[in-house]
Design a protein around this ligand. Structure first.
Ligand code: PMP
Length: 361
């Protein structure tokens, strides 16, 4: 099925696919942004035009996610990985932080936290190779904070609901932000790299409860200090202007599609197409995650006969379905189908999976 501009079906885990309509708008503005005589890549971050871009991006994100005035929104650099350190620097203090480790990214977060003080594992899915999420969370209410990763990009497991804890809840939402409505009021800090559901790499969104910041007393280097970034409205230093501009376009588009409930329904339908191909294969394909924990963003599966994985990936590639190889730590295949991934691509993959199983089963 030919795609606009001869585009392929891009199953990359991130940076990932962006909406064609957004890319077209950007293309039209790249040389001259709305009569400014220059593009956003070349524009001072102190210009009125860029200030408006930042203002609108924040306002649209607020309205998409239903973020109240009790929260600040920041666009920082350094990726979600920098948040693994900034979070404990600000909020760990002399107490203990508890981490729910549902996969590789949660593991990275706790490893970084160890440099800053006492951290402990509240739940770890390692024993079943990170196929599931916890049923119950018996956190210590005296914890400095509880940290979770709502969607584990590598293993393809996710929390399909907002959890409640007594301690401040801090969440890495890098690979499922904007994929479903969330109750932001349940979280004290949400962070996410832009490069999956929001825009190009380079911007990291941080949504932070003002009350959480009020409790920070430690002196910190300015770039590591959320308070400095809040005070300067994400402009303490040069912000990731281009990435913010593209994120803003994506937010607008999601609003025009009807908001996150509509997006979520579509994600359920899209991922369902691929999971059905797995479930109906009589064991030819095996989903990595247990059914209840299946990610809507990263569908992970192995082939019962592992020797066939290479030809599966290369035959799919030849048909224009790119980047289906799974992460080396899980093996098999991973189909990342972020918000902007076209529904037709999921249908094409499921058809291919059935044919491949028929031919090789
Ligand atoms: N957390 C999750 C869930 C991720 O998927 C990733 C990147 N794939 C990261 C953190 C790290 O993000 P970054 O590369 O932006 O530092």
């Amino acid at each position: 099925m030919p795609q606009p501009f001869d585009r392929v079906f891009n199953f990359s885990a991130g940076p990932g696919v962006l909406p064609v309509q957004v890319l077209e708008e950007i293309r039209d503005e790249v040389l001259n942004y709305r009569g400014a005589g220059m593009g956003v890549m070349e524009m001072s971050h102190r210009s009125a035009a860029f200030e408006q871009i930042l203002f609108e991006a924040k306002a649209d994100l607020r309205s998409l996610m239903g973020i109240s005035d009790e929260y600040e929104i920041l666009f920082l650099q350094g990726g979600a990985s920098s948040q693994f350190t900034m979070v404990p620097m600000s909020f760990l203090g002399s107490g203990t932080a508890q981490y729910i480790v549902t996969g590789a990214w949660g593991q990275k977060a706790i490893e970084a936290g160890r440099f800053e003080g006492e951290v402990e594992v509240l739940w770890d899915g390692k024993a079943d190779e990170y196929r599931s999420i916890p049923n119950e969370i018996g956190e210590n209410e005296l914890a400095s904070y509880v940290h979770i990763t709502t969607n584990e990009t590598i293993q393809g497991v996710r929390f399909g609901h907002d959890i409640s804890v007594t301690a401040p809840l801090i969440c890495d939402m890098s690979s499922d932000i904007l994929s479903r409505p969330v109750d932001v009021s349940k979280y004290d800090l949400i962070y996410a790299g832009a490069q999956k559901n929001m825009g190009p790499a380079g911007a990291t969104v941080v949504i932070i409860k003002k009350e959480l910041l009020d409790g920070v007393s430690r002196e910190l280097p300015p770039m590591m200090d959320y308070r400095v970034h809040v005070k300067n409205d994400s402009m303490y230093n040069t912000p990731p202007c281009w990435a913010i501009y593209v994120c803003g376009k994506v937010y607008r588009r999601l609003l025009s599609l009807g908001g996150l409930m509509a997006v979520h329904e579509n994600n359920i339908a899209k991922s369902g197409v691929v999971y059905s191909a797995i479930d109906e294969s009589n064991g030819f394909y095996r989903g990595h995650a247990v059914t209840e924990a299946r990610s809507l963003m990263n569908v992970t599966f192995t082939l019962a006969e592992d020797g066939l994985t290479k030809s599966f990936v290369s035959e799919a590639d030849a048909l224009g379905m790119k980047d289906l190889k799974g992460h080396r730590s899980v093996g098999g295949c991973r189909a990342s189908i972020y918000n902007a991934f076209p529904n037709d691509g999921c249908i094409a993959l499921a058809d291919f999976m059935r044919e491949f199983a028929h031919k090789n089963g």
